[in-house]
Design a protein around this ligand. Sequence first.
Ligand code: HEC
Length: 162
Amino acid sequence: MHTLPIKLLLVVFSIPLLLSSGFSFAEQSFVDTKTGQPIKIESGLFNTEQAKKFMNTGENPYNGNAEAIATGKKHYQTYSCAQCHGAQAQGQTAGGLTGPRYNHSKTATDKGMFEIIWAGTNAGMSGKGKGVMDPSNHSNGLSPDDTLRLMAWIRSQGGAAK
Ligand code: HEC
């Protein structure tokens, strides 16, 4: 019998999928772009008020927040995003992140962009920039809060969240 909270969360998250109706829970279920499977992120990693809010709504509370945008820009540089996506997220070897057109339409939403940054894609985008994430240790690299700040910076460059 598994008693880990994460297992419980997975069960809870799978209910709306099983029902596949308009029925939904407050918490977001994050989807791995590579596999279509749920991304299992320990809820304890959502350890700031803003990250918790994002977990409940799928919307980034840091959008438009100047302080978060400033730290987000540092994360964008530290995690090598700039090397592939350009210093202003305008695109370089990889495409631009400012929209409105994206390779993955879900990038236009905060939840979708988060999923891509967290877990990567099959076409050259590795999870979290700094190497592929060790699935047994989600606490390495960008935290959910860091990722949301980074996203707020990207959005400040012109991409609108829907
Ligand atoms: C080694 C180069 C590389 C690095 C470093 C990198 N990316 Fe990417 N990224 C890519 C490529 C290539 C794609 C296109 C993948 C695809 O279409 O599936 C991509 C796609 C994306 C997308 C989806 C864009 C769309 O059009 O839908 C987002 C968002 C993104 N990257 C954000 C980031 C962030 C944030 C970082 C830093 C944490 C980062 N990337 C680091 C290469 C990189």
